[in-house]
Design a protein around this ligand. Structure first.
Ligand SMILES: Cc1cc2nc3c(=O)[nH]c(=O)nc-3n(C[C@H](O)[C@H](O)[C@H](O)COP(=O)(O)OP(=O)(O)OC[C@H]3O[C@@H](n4cnc5c(N)ncnc54)[C@H](O)[C@@H]3O)c2cc1C
Length: 376
């Protein structure tokens, strides 16, 4: 006979993909969940990102989590219903444009094979050209991951939030958590809409999360806010059935169903957490555009119709913080360093496991918040 899981009052702070996915898994498992968001669901990085759903190029420590996330992406209908059509699996290709990129790519595929991972495969230029006949110049080969793709970010985040509500979670928007205090065995969460009591708190406050952790009595964590940037063009006939990057560069390039190209990637500008604002730095963004036009000369004749940025929290090792805090009943999930959208579904599941004292399906050791303590 299995014992029923005790029903606890859980407060999840942050209505991005991590918070919404965590709330969804917790509510689905019968916990009493309140999700608190200072603005509205998907207002920040999770709703405005490039939508890249990629396993390609992950830090080896992150690969098991990314593979687990992809299991959920491919059965998204089971988790969020209604919004699953917002995910478009295709293939992800990172090409080499010179000998250095060629060497980098081959070494990467080889080292992953030695570590037991086979999802990244090497393609020669002829195979790449047969998949992408509109490519402008020759490549020096590239890395392919079949089944990676792109999603419409705000729809996915909304999907997790709505699924959480369907499973019984309460959603409180326009509500800023101001302070967190231990209260007996649990927490008192003070917010702009009053005080909430909780047995456990999940901190998914994105770029704002380290400041909240401090308020809860946690050691300082080296989270830095930045504003990664994107641009979108006018509509053109379809020429790109994949998401693309360039080895040794941070470009991300895709063509939406509308025919518009979304161009950006790692280039970033300044973020202001107090003003809730990310800047756009056109010269840096222009470097991504140039790279995109090197791949497809047709992109040079498009019009950029909009540029934007989102506020994201970065860790010094570019790996997220996912784990229990020093304080009892506090779990962190933040610092996704501009690649946390694809991980979101598995992070939500893992956070729910941590809250409920279950063993997460992949090791979270590399993401332990304590990894920075000895360096401090
Ligand atoms: C332009 C851009 C492009 C990107 N492209 C990709 C990509 O292609 N693929 C990929 O995998 N990743 C990508 N990313 C990264 C990805 O978007 C993030 O890693 C991910 O969305 C982080 O999710 P989150 O839930 O941790 O943070 P967020 O989405 O920032 O959510 C945190 C939420 O917490 C709320 N909050 C903060 N403080 C409080 C408080 N005190 N009280 C209540 N609420 C609070 C915030 O308002 C916010 O809504 C990109 C990011 C950007 C900005």
């Amino acid at each position: 006979m299995t014992m029923p899981t005790p029903r606890e009052r859980i407060i999840v702070i942050g209505g991005g993909i991590q918070g919404c996915a965590a709330a969804c898994f917790l509510a689905k498992r019968g916990q009493q969940v309140t999700l608190i968001e200072k603005d509205h669901i998907g207002r920040h990085a999770s709703g405005v990102n490039a939508g890249g759903v990629r396993r390609l190029g992950r830090d080896p420590c992150e690969i098991p989590l990314s593979l687990a996330a992809m299991d959920i992406w491919t059965s998204l209908d089971d988790e969020i219903g209604g919004h699953a059509d917002a995910f478009h699996p295709c293939f992800y290709l990172k090409v080499a444009l010179d000998e250095a990129g060629h060497a980098l790519g081959l070494a990467r595929v080889d080292s992953l094979r030695q570590a037991g991972f086979r999802h990244e495969v090497w393609l020669e230029d002829s195979d790449i050209r047969s998949r992408l006949p509109h490519l402008s110049g020759r490549t020096f080969g590239g890395i392919l991951v079949e089944g990676d793709g792109w999603a419409v970010p705000w729809r996915i985040v909304q999907g997790f939030a709505r699924a959480a509500v369907r499973h019984g979670a309460t959603l409180v928007e326009d509500c800023r958590v101001l302070d967190l205090k231990r209260d007996g065995e649990g927490w008192q969460v003070n917010s702009s809409k009053g005080t909430f009591a909780a047995d456990q708190v999940v901190n998914c406050a994105g770029a704002w999360a380290a400041a909240l952790a401090r308020r809860a009595g946690e050691p300082a964590l080296p989270l830095s806010p930045h504003a990664p940037m994107l641009a979108v063009t006018d509509r053109r006939p379809p020429i790109l059935p994949a998401v693309m990057g360039v080895l040794g560069h941070t470009l991300s390039l895709k063509q939406l169903d509308t025919g518009q190209f979304v161009i950006g990637g790692g280039v970033r500008a300044r973020a202001d957490l107090d003003k809730n604002r990310g800047e756009v730095a056109i010269p840096e963004l222009a470097s991504s555009m140039r790279l995109a036009t090197t791949l497809f000369a047709d992109i040079a004749s498009t019009q950029i119709i909009r540029c934007w940025s989102g506020i994201e929290g970065y860790m010094p090792d570019n790996l997220p913080v996912i784990g229990r805090g020093r304080q009892p009943g506090l779990v962190h999930g933040f610092g996704f360093s501009a690649h946390g959208f694809q991980l979101g579904p598995a992070v939500g599941e893992a956070l729910a496991d941590l809250v409920m004292g279950r063993q997460p399906r992949v090791s979270l050791e590399a993401f332990d918040p304590r990894r920075f303590e000895s360096a401090a």
